[in-house]
Design a protein around this ligand. Sequence first.
Ligand SMILES: Cc1ncc(COP(=O)(O)O)c(C=O)c1O
Length: 383
Amino acid sequence: MKSFNWKVIHDREHDYDSTSKTTPIYQTSSFSFTDLHDLEGFFQPENNRYMYSRYGNPNPDQLARKVSELEGAPAGVATSSGMSAILSGVLAVVRPGESVLIPEDVYGGTYDLFQQFFQDWQVDVHTVSFADLAEVEKKITQKTSLVYTESVTNPLLRVEEIEAVVKIAHKRSIPVMVDNTFATPYFSQPYKFGADLVVHSATKYIGGHSDVTAGVLVGERTLVEEAKRKAIQLGMNVSPFEAWLTVRGLKTLSVRMEKQSANAKAIADFLNDQPGVNVYYPKNLATHGNGAMVSFELDKRYDIHKFFEQLEWVKIVPTLAGVETTVSYPLKTSHRSIPPHMQKKLGITAGLIRLSVGLEDETDITDELQSALEEAAEKKFPE
Ligand SMILES: Cc1ncc(COP(=O)(O)O)c(C=O)c1O
């Protein structure tokens, strides 16, 4: 049995071209056949041929296979974005007239997908705080056909009790789908805790270099096969080049996560020592670290505009998970469309900052934060 770190780097099934050290890029829309018998072979069960890249291509398949292996799941499909991976998974499970249960603090794009797209398709969407599992249990009805959650929430970084959620849902034979984007398979493998489907915005840590948009869905074979059919029908395939780049980035997942997580722990400790700073950092995610995201809230002694203005090299970007440290402002980006009373309830305040910790030395990051905090201190918040 090969280690996690081996699986991150190698591909057991990489036999497309035995002389090429890395997987070639199959930058083609379609594949050719020698004669009609050859063509017929494509439609036979168990064939491992390719015909048309929207149906399948070696590079997306390699990405799906690698993430499935890392999650310990039997099957996977790679798609054009995290959102299309979520969409394909939900479409594989949920039918009009049924209902789904989602966390009230779910990622904003996912919230919109359920509240707007799926409501229009006659799917009832119920939101609940997954911090209170008794409430989750109470909200399940006869019509519930999917329980959807995230292994680590955004931006307050609460760690989901996946096993407990699975237990509640499976008691009623309801499948569970988990977004594992923030945790990555390095820190959490929800399929092993019983989740039926696990989804990633591979745009984030799986790719890791902020240069691709891609998604991966892994899980139970029958569900993933249905999701793949939906992805083919709706044209949600990822391009060969984007898949290849994502696999290239994935090869360094372990070393990136180890260093970024160690940096994040040091930054969380540093911020905890600053006056008027309330730190959110995951606890007990895994024995070897707690991830590379840190959120923190400045109290009224700080001028939030000044803090952002004073950052010299940490860029303000509404994304995360690259090799460089970046910062975002949830109130005015990811959680902008949430009604003010919900923002307040969820703790999305005017002082909240989300830091995606990169691969620089820890002192580079603490120096940058310290000078911005010093400049921003003792000023008033704007109304
Ligand atoms: C937790 C989470 N899930 C899904 C998505 C959607 O991914 P993508 O932008 O690749 O479609 C994001 C994007 O930020 C995310 O943060």
